[in-house]
Design a protein around this ligand. Structure first.
Ligand code: ATP
Length: 354
């Protein structure tokens, strides 16, 4: 069942086309993330789903119901803002109870529901405190409790962790995941942090200047990026400009610097391409089906549980990552090095104007 469906959503602000025709199918009970750089249209998409803004054209459905122009409070979607937006003059209890009071829920029931929400976000005993007496993480929990207490069909979270320090961010990330699983509700989550998106999401939509470039599970997006933009946005990776010089069906030979790599798979039309190679897919020893490139060591960086060898191949820097110290041995800058890459781990994509 599709819980939230966006059909060809276009939104302009004066000259700026913020959304250029967004299509998304978000499933019931899914934690779905909109990921992309600043200004790509994530928040605008979320506001339009929440009903805080309306599109110029296109339609939005919640289940079978069209909600495109339905006022926010009639949709069953609640947005939690980045800055929490708690009322400073109200206690934690009153902050959480607010949405129920304006819905004229009986007092006894409000008490029960607020208790339930506080328990859910693990803040029992905090009901009489005021927002200024809470840490950032606790304020975030109150904001989430306030959103959940009205039992929304869809919870919308806009960069909910960006005001928290690194440790708390990790903790709250698991908390959001736990709550989402416990309630089985649909969550649409916005972030520009690819690692956060990978860790928390069932599926991710990667956005770039008002368009969706790819939708998939974290694994699909990481291992099978369909565009250069997606590949370069999803973590540290090698994106090497190259040229197709021979083709036979979908088998191609490409050149970069003075290297010639044959037997790669590519179905695109453009000859200007990029080779996408994840650092952890590069080996320092030959293996089955590998191509070899010879260069010199530029840097060796120890990260504790893995080591990165950065090689120079002509002008091109390529990062190899290995978890085995032994494999790296005594490699030092300026020494010759050969990188081996299984052909199946070289993704050839058309060069994109980024
Ligand atoms: P960030 O991560 O920085 O919040 P975002 O991906 O959420 O970015 P949006 O806030 O959706 O991006 O903005 C998309 C585009 O629309 C940007 O170019 C932005 O400048 C523009 N924009 C958004 N809201 C307005 C507005 N109210 N008036 C004019 N332009 C706007």
């Amino acid at each position: 069942m599709v819980e939230v469906k966006l059909e060809n959503i276009v939104k302009t602000f004066g000259e700026t086309v913020a959304l250029k025709g967004i299509n998304l199918d978000i499933k019931h009970g899914e934690l779905f993330t909109l990921l992309g750089p600043s200004g790509c249209g994530k928040s605008t998409t979320l506001r339009i789903i929440a009903g805080l803004d309306y599109p110029d054209s296109g339609r939005i459905y919640f289940g079978d119901n069209e909600v495109t122009y339905l006022p926010s409070h009639q949709r069953g979607a609640v947005l939690v803002f980045q800055n929490y937006a708690l009322w400073p003059h109200m206690s934690v209890f009153d902050n959480i109870a607010y949405g129920l009071k304006i819905r004229k829920v009986p007092k006894e029931e409000i008490k029960k529901k607020v208790e339930w929400a506080l328990e859910l976000v693990r803040l029992k005993g905090f009901e009489d405190r005021y927002p200024t007496q809470l840490s950032g993480g606790q304020q975030q929990r109150v904001a989430i409790a306030r959103a959940l207490v009205v039992e929304p069909k869809v919870l919308l979270l806009d960069e909910p962790l960006s005001n928290l320090d690194a440790k708390l961010r990790l903790e709250m990330r698991s908390e959001i995941r736990r709550i989402q699983r416990e309630l089985g509700i649909t969550v649409i989550y916005v972030t520009h942090d690819q690692e956060e998106a990978m860790a928390i999401s069932d599926r991710i939509a990667v956005m770039n200047v008002g368009t969706v470039e790819q939708v998939g599970t974290p694994k699909e997006i990481y291992e099978n990026p369909r565009t250069e933009f997606v590949a370069s946005f999803m973590g540290k990776t090698n994106v090497i400009p190259a040229k197709v010089v021979e083709r036979e069906g979908d088998r191609v030979t490409v050149e970069f610097e003075h290297f010639r790599l044959d037997g790669l798979t590519y179905t695109g039309e453009k000859d200007e391409v990029v080779l996408v190679i994840r650092p952890e897919r590069i080996q320092l020893k030959p293996g089955e089906n590998t191509v070899a490139i010879e260069g010199t060591v530029d840097l060796v960086e120890y990260y504790g549980f893995f080591v990165e060898v950065i090689g120079l191949f002509g002008e091109t820097r390529i990062i190899a990552r290995t978890i085995s110290d032994r494999e790296v041995g005594n490699l030092k800058p300026t020494q010759p090095v050969t990188f081996y890459i299984d052909r199946r781990n070289i993704i050839v994509l058309p060069k994109q104007q980024l």
